[in-house]
Design a protein around this ligand. Structure first.
Ligand SMILES: [Zn+2]
Length: 112
């Protein structure tokens, strides 16, 4: 694979091993991240998109108890990370601008 060096390459980002021509890549493209970060396990994988799931506890004042709540988020998977992520992996995603109706997060790194 012939790797093309992007003019928008930022040297500050963590361990850049593979290069890619994906414009919406936070490491080699123009996509900027900001805001919230979440961690969760990958439950679905599509071309250029993953779905992560994580649980949190929410307090219900009426019953004075906690309830377990499930959150699922869609995140963009850049071309260069396509092979490194599989279903069941625990990953970290970061908020970015809305890329589609569902996607407003981008995959940043694999935790385990
Ligand atoms: Zn990339």
């Amino acid at each position: 694979m012939e790797a093309k060096e992007s003019p928008f390459h930022r040297a500050s980002v963590i361990e850049v091993k593979v290069s890619c021509a994906d414009e919406k890549c936070p490491f080699h493209g123009k996509l900027k991240t900001h805001g919230r970060t979440f961690e969760g396990s990958v439950i679905k994988k599509f071309p250029k998109r993953i779905v992560i799931e994580f649980y949190r506890t929410v307090y219900v004042p009426k019953f004075e108890r906690y309830v377990k709540s499930r959150t699922r988020l869609h995140a963009r998977l850049p071309d260069c990370k396509e092979n490194g992520v599989n279903i069941g992996d625990y990953v970290r995603i970061k908020e970015c601008r809305p890329l589609s109706k569902l996607i407003h997060f981008v995959f940043t790194e694999k935790v385990r």
